[in-house]
Design a protein around this ligand. Structure first.
Ligand code: BMA
Length: 827
């Protein structure tokens, strides 16, 4: 097999507007027009508004390429397009080859007859999706949520990223293009069609691996090949084989398997599976390499005292799923690089996450995403791409298109160790599936719904990935009335009483669902990020530009409403930004700590959302540039394998101290608590040993502080909790009866000591003469990684933060640029 990549330089044309610019493939029309300086940065201020014409126009990509005669002597010559967004018509040397209508499918066409030795021309013509969708609307209108608000169109007739039409965190920059690799393949004799790997975990601890090789044979002659299975270059199994027809199966046992575990439960050893096929002269015809994790990942649904569980288990060990929801990492998905994926996913793993839900309004992600999840132990809940709207389950062409899309992506993703679940869609059972088609009520009949989500998709999963569980929708109520999508007894739920329902954070403590696959709170990005999309005159949260970068219609008011519930009104713009982040972290911490204390009744928390696709106010914990918001630093703490947390009771001035463990073995630790005044004076403290059972929550102490409340007043008390294991602090926490806004916080009078550790690393030691809540470091005008941030300080406690500035700074420059602030500085 010979391949010629057609990635790289192309020409992009727009006939009517007479635009012709050079283009980069993979890419999209927006990134090419930006590169050609034909348009301004769509993310800056409200430039987006003047760029809608791009999505409304048709575009043509064109390139020339040379071919040699011997390339065309191959048995077959194929044009392979891994991703065409979306309505494309392909021409080679003026001949129309094909039309495509699905950005999630790999399109391959036999093109030998259209090619010639020497120069050839390939043209791919993209029609704007909007006229097509308007036409389909005339045929049969598919209602969806928020169209006309933050969504330009539902896009439901088209297999294109729904959130590219806009979402309540993303812009309406409808794009088109060759968003994945494109190449010519000269095929001789045979190629590998697929490799199917299954593993059976035997009672004696061995694992029997079955590998089925399917080959596309163009010749009757037998071909030979070799299968290798190894770990870290150590061979585990090798088999040479001869193939007369096109399928062959291998079965072998791994006597001492190194199991793959989710993050926090063990390591992530990945075996190398390599299959090579040779022609009769022994030269390599084709090969495939996959990383395989030996593990069992399953969804456990068993009846119990609360109803029916919804929990995951790895290698027979149930685990509390800790994570977040993933959205496409850029408004222009073609430009997300492996480094971008790694930065975001490593931040997720660093925050002790063990599950990422790939949300149904985005993408089946690129291979590199799952590779990195395999490596980091981030299990993946993968939605099929359907969200918040109705879909034409009655339309055969649509269904056939979806079927091929599903088969292709299930085959592509199924071998990944991280893959834990296939889920049919996002929120269509949350009131959209119903009695009938209704534009006003935005409903579709269960009958058409079930064709897709109870028949087509589960059948594809059962046939092509039987070892992975399927769940029809998120949320879904598996028992009783399926319309009861908020049932606390079973299934998963999207908990939006806080935020959309405006319920106070305290409300979370009444909420006892089995698996919380969505819940969230918004915040603004930090000043440095806001500076990338605002001019100085825009820097007020209710400026036109700041509201343009807020796509939730209730966004800013809701942030401020909760802000005033907990904090004093911040004085200036930047303080509002920072305070909103602390507030977001506080809210989600409130929720997660409660649900973790509720294990094993609740066995999962995936907050909405992990990342952003442009610089915006949103529910994310990592902003568009991958900068950690306060929530992400707090996530690392509330998702820590060992968690100490407190539940205050204002009516009897008591505080329960809970220890929650996700550890697979029992641990002995030391709990300490200190009661201090708001100024930081130590009033009373105590400590005691604690036996922490594996994978459990324990109420280890209820302390009565009523005497101190009487002596010092409820607004003047702060309780600091800490858990040490083997003398090392593994979890700490803060509890108060009063809300921070009612505490008379004092100027902390920080002292910092800066030590250069390496050319790129500094250690910052910080102390405070008075209690400082949510102390954070910020380097003015440049990015940096902070080993920690948003920490509580009180007299006698020293925090050590390792700081890695993006560019070199002397200690003096760092000193001058470094700002140390805490909550009191926001007002
Ligand atoms: C849920 C998600 C997303 C949305 C989020 C915030 O609906 O599924 O669709 O962005 O809430 O509103």
């Amino acid at each position: 097999m010979k391949k010629i990549s057609l990635n790289g330089s192309w020409q992009l044309k727009q006939q009517e507007k007479g635009i012709e610019v050079s283009a980069q493939v993979p890419g999209c029309v927006h990134t090419d027009l930006i590169a050609a300086k034909k348009i301004d940065d769509p993310f800056y201020r409200n430039n987006e508004e003047k760029l809608m014409w791009i999505g409304e126009s048709d575009w043509e990509y064109q390139r020339k390429f040379e071919l040699t005669a011997d390339f065309l002597e191959a048995d077959k010559v194929l044009l392979n397009c891994k991703g065409l967004d979306t309505l494309a018509t392909i021409f080679i040397n003026g001949n129309k080859i094909a039309r495509t209508n699905n950005m999630y499918r790999c399109w391959e066409f036999e093109v030998k007859d259209y090619l010639k030795a020497g120069q050839n021309e390939l043209k791919i013509y993209f029609a704007s999706p909007l006229p097509y969708l308007a036409e389909k609307d005339q045929e049969f209108f598919l209602p969806a949520w928020s169209v006309g608000d933050h969504r330009l169109h539902s896009g439901s007739w088209l297999r294109k990223q729904p959130s590219n039409f806009g979402w309540d965190w993303g812009p309406m920059l409808v794009t088109m293009g060759i968003w994945q690799d494109i190449e010519l393949i000269a095929l001789n004799q045979a190629r590998i069609e697929e490799v199917v790997t299954n593993q059976e975990h035997l009672a004696d601890g061995q694992i029997e691996v079955t590998v089925e090789l399917v080959v596309e044979k163009l010749t009757k002659t037998a071909i030979t090949g070799q299968l290798e299975f190894s770990l870290a270059e150590q061979q585990v199994y090798q088999q040479d084989f001869k193939l007369s027809d096109n399928v062959i199966e291998f079965k072998f046992k791994v006597a001492k398997p190194e199991l793959w575990w989710p993050n926090g439960m063990g390591k992530q050893p990945l075996y190398d599976l390599k299959v090579t096929i040779f022609d009769k002269n022994g030269s390599n015809l084709d090969n495939i390499q996959q990383k395989i994790g030996l593990r069992k990942l399953e969804l456990i649904r068993e009846d119990d005292q609360w109803g029916q569980s919804f929990k995951f288990a790895a290698n027979g060990k149930e685990f509390f799923a800790k994570g977040a929801n993933w959205i496409p990492a850029d408004a222009f998905v073609s430009r997300v690089t492996p480094a971008d994926y790694r930065k975001l996913l490593e931040s997720a793993a660093a925050a002790n996450m063990n599950m990422i839900r790939v949300w149904g309004g985005g993408l089946y992600e690129k291979d590199v995403f799952y590779d990195i999840c395999d490596e980091l132990g981030l299990t993946v809940w993968q939605d099929f791409i359907f969200a918040c709207g109705t879909y034409p389950g009655f339309d055969d062409d649509f269904m056939e298109n979806v079927k091929i899309e599903a088969i292709e992506n299930v085959k592509r993703i199924r071998h990944h160790a991280s893959l834990a679940l296939w889920c049919g869609n996002n929120e269509i059972e949350q009131g959209i599936a119903g009695e009938e088609w209704d534009k006003e009520k935005i409903t579709m009949p269960w009958s058409d719904y079930k064709k897709i989500f109870d028949e087509l998709l589960p059948e594809v999963v059962a046939k092509y990935d039987p070892d992975t569980d399927y769940w029809p929708s998120s949320p879904h109520s598996p028992l009783g009335d399926r319309n009861d999508f908020y049932n606390p007894k079973w299934g998963d739920v999207h908990v939006w009483d806080v935020w959309h329902g405006k319920k106070p954070f305290e409300w979370y403590r009444n909420c006892e669902h089995r698996f919380n696959s969505e819940f969230g709170f918004q915040s603004f990005p930090e000043p440095q990020t806001v500076a990338t999309y605002t001019a100085p005159e825009d820097r007020n949260i209710t400026s036109y530009v700041m509201e343009h970068h807020q796509r939730s219609g209730i966004g800013n008011t809701t942030i401020m409403q909760y802000m005033l519930d907990w904090f004093r009104l911040p004085t200036d713009f930047e303080d509002v930004l920072w305070a909103s982040q602390i507030l977001q972290g506080l809210g989600i911490k409130y929720a997660v700590e409660h649900w973790r204390r509720g294990m094993p009744r609740g066995m999962g928390t995936l907050y909405w959302q992990l990342n952003d696709n442009w610089p915006v106010a949103s529910w994310s914990s990592l902003d568009y540039y991958g900068r950690w918001k306060a929530l992400h630093y707090m996530a690392r703490k509330f998702y820590a394998p060992l968690l100490i947390s407190g539940v205050e009771n204002n009516s009897d001035s008591t505080v329960e101290i809970h220890l929650t463990s996700d550890k697979l073995s029992d641990v002995t630790g030391e709990v300490s608590w200190q009661l201090r005044t708001v100024a930081g004076k130590l009033i009373v403290e105590d400590s005691f040993a604690a036996a922490i059972k594996a994978q459990s929550n324990q109420l280890v102490k209820k302390i009565d502080l009523s005497k101190y409340v009487a002596d010092y007043g409820i607004r003047n008390l702060m309780l600091f909790l800490e858990l040490k294991v083997a003398g090392k602090s593994v979890s700490d926490n803060f509890v108060s009866f009063a809300k921070p806004k009612h505490m008379e916080l004092l100027e902390p009078d920080f002292k910092t000591e800066i030590t250069k550790i390496t050319t790129a690393k500094y250690k910052i030691k910080i102390t405070a003469a008075k209690t400082a809540l949510w102390t954070w470091l910020e380097l003015k005008n440049q990015s940096a990684n902070y080993s920690d941030n948003f920490i509580h300080l009180y007299p006698g406690k020293t925090a050590e933060i390792i700081l890695e500035p993006e560019c070199d700074l002397t200690a003096a420059e760092l000193q001058s640029e470094l700002k140390v602030r805490s909550l009191i500085d926001t007002y």
